[in-house]
Design a protein around this ligand. Sequence first.
Ligand SMILES: Nc1ncnc2c1ncn2[C@@H]1O[C@H](COP(=O)(O)OP(=O)(O)OP(=O)(O)O)[C@@H](O)[C@H]1O
Ligand SMILES: [Mg+2]
Length: 229
Amino acid sequence: MMLTLANVSKHYDGTTPRNVLRGVNLELRSGECVAIMGESGAGKSTLLNLAAGLDRPDAGHIVFDGHDLGALDDDAATLQRRQKMGFVFQAFHVLPNLTAAQNIALPLLLNGIRAKDVPARVSSVLHAVGLGGRERALPRELSGGELQRVAIARALVHQPRLVLADEPTGNLDHDTAMRILALLRELAQKNGAGVLLATHSGAVSAAADRVLRLTPAGLEPYTPGAGGA
Ligand SMILES: Nc1ncnc2c1ncn2[C@@H]1O[C@H](COP(=O)(O)OP(=O)(O)OP(=O)(O)O)[C@@H](O)[C@H]1O
Ligand SMILES: [Mg+2]
C-alpha cells in the first residue's frame, strides 16, 4: 500500500475546539485515484495535510511508502514530501513573477536535479499538459485552466509516488475541469503514482477509481444520491 491511514484522529484546539477526524481509515494503492467528498468543514483539507506529513494526527498512524510519518522528524518528513509527493491546490500557488517553466522547475531544483537536465524535463511535462512552447509565459498571461495545467505539471514533474490534490478543479468550468482531471489521472497513472483528491464535485469524483465520503463517523464509501454533495 502506498498510503495507509489507520485509525487517524485529529483535534483542533483554538477558539472553538473540535474533533475534526475520528478514527479515519484509508488505503491507497499505487496508480489508484481516490476522491474524498464531504461537506465544507468535514476535514478534507485536514486529511490531505496529514497525509502530506504537514501536520501530525493526535492518534493513529499514517504510513507513506513504507515510512510511518509520525515517526519521522520534520526534516525527514520534508524530504519524503519533496521527493515523493506532488501537490495541486485550488488557489494554484503558482508564483506570479516566475515563468511557467520556472514554476514547473521548482520541484526539480529543490530535489537537486542537475541544472542542465531541467529544461528538457520541464518542456516534456509542459507538452504533456498541452502547453508546449509556453515555457516563458507569465502566470498573468495564462487562463485559469492553463494555470491549473501549469500547477499539475509542477505537481508531476519530479515523478512523485503520491499526488495530493485539494479541489484541483474548483474554479474551472465543468468541461475544463473534467479535461484537467483526466490529464492529472493519466499522468499520475503513467508514473504509477497514487492520487488522493478532495472535491465537492460529484462530476469530478465520478472520474476517480473510488469515492469516499468524510463524515463525523469517519470515511465511508460514497453512494451517489444518498445525501451526498
Ligand atoms: N488550524 C486550525 N485551527 C482550528 N480549527 C481548524 C484549523 N484548520 C481547520 N480547522 C477546522 O477544522 C474543520 C475542518 O477543516 P478543513 O479545512 O479540513 O475542512 P474541509 O473539509 O477541507 O472544508 P472545505 O470543503 O470548506 O475546504 C473546520 O471546522 C475548520 O474550522
Ligand atoms: Mg478544504
